[in-house]
Design a protein around this ligand. Structure first.
Ligand code: SIN
Ligand code: CO
Length: 394
């Protein structure tokens, strides 16, 4: 688990975490030797034409930026310039490619040294010469892996992060290049959040640039607080958090201003509200549910009905794997999948941990256990029916 990795410039994951993660950029030449990319430009454009895929085309025309959301039609691509130049260039960006391409999910598995709770998605961009999204910064940690073609990356440690007002995407007003590198297929650049960067596509003959961004989400504290308060409200509505009694003021004293909210009332209510408390277990439940909740556009297609006996036979013979869109996490004996929570202990918990860590349970994993207990089998069957997981087909 902590061996030096070519992916990390021969650092061990621990060294990378201690020296670079969230701290400073790292250029890794030949991070994935012979990496040619996972899909062609045509296949990426094909994904961008599908309803359930989030995509954008960003165009720069004579000093102005334009950004459009997919899904796109062939026509949208036909209108883009054949011969891009400094004055007019464009890029296509496709989000969550790992939801659609098993090879992309396998690529993400190489980044298992970062907890899944922090993972966002794999975004793939395509750009002919000169294309890109301009100088900007992200709130995310990102590994920028070069596929086909080349990309010139400029970075800047600038503290001025003022954005161009009114632009349809976040472009920095000023950018002072501190360092630049030309990344080739298989090279990778790690960038911590808020580091200004600018990637410019460099075509190699007829081969345009494709970049794979492995992004790690870092929720804003404000967002966590808002979501947590929503979670607490649900607990209150579901009577899992009980506030007994009603407001009492047997000691009410005569007020000069009947219209005034008295200090006495403020004090009583303040004391009552102090009873809103939460445990670490509640925070863990909130995190598990929130971080495993799929994005709103994600839909699961249930698997075709089979009997539980057939299901049991099939999974022990072939194993099972999470759907590419499923998110699974655990904390102690609580398991979270796509926003839902289940509590299981013992042997069942050991099996579910394999699924959460590796996204699959192989037939060999199942062999360790003589029988699959009924509670676990029923749970896996429910998840199978919901389309959260599938029987491994080969
Ligand atoms: C790109 O691939 O063009 C953009 C990646 C980024 O700058 O975050
Ligand atoms: Co960026």
């Amino acid at each position: 688990m902590n061996k030096p990795l070519a992916l990390l410039n021969n650092l061990t994951p621990s060294q990378f975490l201690a020296e670079y993660w969230q701290k400073k950029p790292l250029l890794i030449k030949n991070a994935i030797p012979n990496f040619k990319g996972l899909l062609s430009a045509e296949e990426l454009a094909g994904l961008a034409c599908e309803d359930e895929v989030q995509s954008r085309i960003v165009e720069y025309i004579k000093g102005k930026w334009d950004a459009r959301q997919g899904p796109f039609a062939d026509d949208d691509f036909a209108k883009l310039p054949d011969q891009p130049c400094q004055e007019h260039h464009w890029t296509l960006l496709v989000q969550s490619v790992n939801h659609h391409l098993p090879a992309a999910a396998e690529l993400l598995a190489q980044f298992n040294f970062i907890p899944h709770a922090r993972l966002d998605d794999l975004m793939v961009s395509y750009a002919p010469d000169g294309g890109g999204v301009g100088p900007h910064f992200d709130s995310y940690d990102v590994f920028l892996l070069q596929g086909q073609g080349k990309r010139l990356w400029r970075i800047s440690e600038q503290s001025d992060l003022t954005l161009i007002e009114g632009a349809p995407l976040r472009i920095l007003k000023h950018f002072d290049t501190a360092q630049e590198w030309l990344l080739e297929a298989g090279d990778m650049l790690y960038l911590p959040p808020h580091l200004a960067h600018w990637g410019i596509a460099v075509s190699e003959g007829a081969i345009d640039c494709m970049t794979y961004s492995i992004g790690f989400r870092a929720p804003k504290n404000q967002e966590l607080a808002t979501e947590f308060l929503g979670f607490m409200q649900d607990k209150l509505n579901q009577d899992q958090l009980v506030f007994d009694g009603i407001y009492q003021d047997a000691d009410l004293s005569l007020q000069i201003h009947p219209g005034e909210i008295s200090q006495q009332m403020i004090n009583t209510v303040s004391e009552n509200l102090k009873k809103i408390t939460w445990s670490e277990a509640m925070v863990a439940e909130f995190l598990g549910r929130y971080l495993s909740d799929p994005k709103p556009d994600v839909v699961f297609n249930g698997n075709k009905k089979i009997s539980t006996t057939t299901f049991s036979k099939k999974i022990t013979a072939m194993g099972l794997e999470l759907d590419l869109k499923s998110l699974m996490l655990f904390s102690g004996a609580n398991f979270f999948i796509n926003g839902e929570m289940i509590n299981l202990t013992g042997e069942s918990a050991a099996v579910l941990k394999i699924l959460a860590d590796h996204r699959r349970i192989t037939a060999k994993d199942f062999k360790i256990y003589k029988t699959i207990n009924t509670a676990l089998l029923e749970l896996l069957y429910d998840w199978y029916s919901a389309g959260y997981l599938h029987i491994i087909s080969s």
